[in-house]
Design a binder for this molecule. Structure first.
Ligand code: HEC
Length: 131
């Protein structure tokens, strides 16, 4: 009598263990909907270690340049900045890490827009014409 119960019970457990959960797994770090927030967070996580909390640059031995109003980043075109983010500095003999595989397209676009906010009005105006 006892044996007859064990087999169906085991089968039931097995089926329960194999049941596929149809709900998608919850995202570990939900992507903020607001691009400005995404840009700030991406900068804090991925750029601050080398470029500094305010983008002031020269915070460690890599001597990453300033990205804020104190630097020359505004003289670079958006494409040149994106290239630096995605490909890093290896091509030009630099030490910047290539982040193309680490960041989503949305994060790259958002962090680029965030850099614009670190500049003065004059720098932003000049940047529009940067090549
Ligand atoms: C591992 C350190 C490191 C990290 C992380 C890093 N950078 Fe850099 N970055 C550098 C260094 C060093 C340079 C200067 C030389 C070079 O190109 O490698 C640089 C240069 C740059 C330049 C200028 C490129 C040029 O041609 O003048 C830009 C723009 C830039 N970084 C943006 C960013 C942004 C935005 C992030 C975050 C998404 C970031 N960097 C993360 C180290 C880093």
């Amino acid at each position: 009598m006892r044996r007859r119960l064990i087999l169906p019970m085991l089968l039931g457990l097995l089926l329960a263990a194999c049941r596929v959960d149809e709900a998608p797994p919850p995202a570990l770090t939900p992507t903020p909907a607001d691009p400005a927030t995404l840009g700030r967070e991406t900068f804090a996580k991925w750029c601050v270690p080398c470029h500094g909390a305010d983008g002031q640059g020269f915070v460690n031995a890599l001597n990453a340049p300033a990205l804020n109003a104190g630097g020359e980043a505004y003289t670079l075109s958006d494409q040149a900045i994106l290239d630096a983010i995605i490909d890093g500095g290896a091509a030009s003999g630099g030490a910047m890490a290539p982040l193309g595989n680490a960041l989503t397209d949305e994060q790259e676009a958002a962090v680029l827009q965030y850099l614009h906010t670190l500049w003065t009005d004059e720098e932003r105006a000049a940047h529009v014409h940067a090549e």
